[in-house]
Design a protein around this ligand. Structure first.
Ligand code: BES
Ligand code: MN
Ligand code: ZN
Length: 487
């Protein structure tokens, strides 16, 4: 799909359709179209019940006039419209054009004058995210249709360029998440990281199962040893030319499949556990975009990749394991494996002495119980850093909600062990005790935000810029932060 700015007269547009975004109860922008189109749209509006609520789309066929159709796209009440409203509306529009097999459109917003960069960017992202589908395993390719050209009326070119990079990174992440466990395992994931690094000129270090043990990453090694495919540790680096404003590590949970291990999941819960690598896939998407955006920030992408399987060699409840930072972990439940692998990835990241660590992990079902499936849990040791991420997340539309880390009685639940720390803290506050476990492996003085993306990493329904499957949640929020620091 091509997204471009259009600066000519609206009346001179020669594509297949014009799409007009309108506030609820205000169809006055229709007047900006040519006379023939205005008359046709007004007639249809007299008989159709179109209010302009968010999600409403009205198609007005205008065959015989300058375009074949005018689409009115509701974006809701003016005072409620945000950057993400435009992103969602743009995605909904593209989904509709795809369904109607309309090749091209000119998008107009109700705003006057040149569009600001953020809104142009949001419209671009919405269009590219909205056109996403994962159909490589459908043998019949006939009814595929792609919208070829989206023109944004008076769009800002930098916004289009950035929006394309952000959205393509997110779609890349979704593709990886959607790949099943028989295609993406720790080894093939590390090969993909290597390929990506070569394509975009990133530094890349992959550690195999032998090196993982030599480096003292016995936590990752233990989780991975019940699988026929060995674990891998992935470290990608982007270094800017000149002085970096900050050094940031992005750490992603990379369970290419989570069966639960010896504490095996019942079938219903095991389904879709190919998505347990969503954090890792987000890391790769972010590194891909960073290599193109070239911010003045040093960015490390870090993934401990493993498959959690039950086997004669699998790690077991009661095992005591030494993590890279020297702390001993007692295993209560092998299905709380994500935090065990991340003990090593967070220790490794901390040794790089970054200013900031953001980790993304499909860590706990408890987080979904607490916040619902559309909101990530946010946990931090640095309130000011968390505020920045929360502020950015409001703009990206990636919902986050902070949960507390100051309950010292709750913290004791992961201390009730023969070792330094236990890998579960019981049923109540399960997302928080998981975050407290991770905190044990974050180095002193490093500002850290943990996003528990168990819910929003995967969508069970088509919604706005999401389709069923991997969402690529977290990619745009992290990228916005990196660009805020060094863009
Ligand atoms: N990968 C799961 C968490 C998860 C659940 C992600 C549902 C996405 C959807 C994680 O490894 C896990 O199994 N967590 C357990 C922890 C428990 C054993 C303490 C959970 O949440 O039940
Ligand atoms: Mn698990
Ligand atoms: Zn898991």
């Amino acid at each position: 799909m091509e997204v471009k700015s259009y600066r000519d007269d609206i009346k001179a547009y020669k594509g297949k359709s014009i799409s007009l975004m309108v506030y609820e109860g205000d169809t006055r922008p229709v007047g900006r179209l040519s006379k023939g189109l205005v008359n046709r749209v007004k007639k249809v509006l007299e008989v159709e019940d179109f209010k302009g609520k968010e999600g409403e789309i009205l198609k007005v066929p205008t065959v015989g006039l300058s375009v074949n159709a005018v689409y009115l796209v509701g974006i809701g009440k003016k005072e409620k419209v945000s950057e993400d409203t435009y992103r969602r509306a743009s995605a909904n529009l593209i989904k509709r054009l795809k369904k109607d097999k309309v090749e091209s459109t000119l998008v107009l917003t109700p705003r006057r004058g040149d569009l600001p960069e953020e809104i142009t960017k949001a419209l671009t992202e919405g269009a590219i995210l909205g056109s996403y589908s994962f159909d490589k395993y459908k043998s019949k390719k006939e009814d595929r249709f792609e919208v070829k050209e989206v023109l944004i009326y008076r769009g800002e070119d930098k916004g289009i360029e950035k929006g394309r990079i952000f959205a393509e990174a997110q779609n890349y992440t979704r593709n990886l998440v959607n790949e099943p466990g028989n295609v993406i395992n720790p080894v093939t994931l590390s090969e993909e990281a290597k390929r990506l690094a070569e394509e975009y000129g990133l530094e890349c270090r992959i550690y195999d199962e032998k090196e993982i043990q030599e480096m003292g990453m016995m936590a990752l090694y233990s989780v991975g040893k019940g699988s026929a495919t060995p674990p891998r540790f992935i470290h990608l680096t982007y270094r800017p030319q000149g002085k970096a404003k900050e050094r940031i590590a992005i750490v992603g949970k990379g369970l290419t499949f989570d069966s639960g291990g010896l504490n095996i999941k019942p079938g219903d819960y095991m389904r879709n556990m190919k998505m347990d690598k969503s954090g890792a896939c987000a890391v790769l998407g972010i590194m891909k975009a960073v290599a193109q955006l070239k911010p003045q920030v040093e960015v490390h992408g870090i993934i401990a990749a493993a498959e959690n399987m039950p086997d004669g060699n699998a790690y077991r409840p009661d095992d005591v394991i030494r993590a890279k930072n020297g702390k001993y972990i007692e295993i209560d439940n092998t299905d709380a494996e994500g935090r065990v692998t991340m003990a090593d990835s967070l220790s490794y990241a901390s040794e790089l002495k970054p200013d900031k660590i953001i980790d993304m992990a499909t860590l706990t079902g408890a987080c979904m119980v607490a916040l619902g499936e559309y909101t990530a849990g946010l946990f931090t040791n640095a309130p000011d850093f968390a505020e920045e991420i929360k502020e950015i997340a409001k703009r990206t539309g990636e919902r986050v909600w902070e949960l507390p880390m100051d309950d010292e009685r709750l913290r004791k639940k992961i201390k009730n062990t023969v070792a330094d720390v236990l890998n579960t803290g019981g049923r109540y506050g399960g997302a928080i005790t998981a975050a407290m476990f991770l905190e044990e492996f974050v180095g002193e003085g490093i500002k850290w935000v943990h996003l528990d993306i168990a819910g929003p990493a995967w969508s069970k329904e088509d919604y706005a810029y999401y389709t069923k499957g991997g969402t690529g949640f977290g990619v745009r929020t992290c990228l916005e932060y990196i660009m805020k620091v060094g863009g």
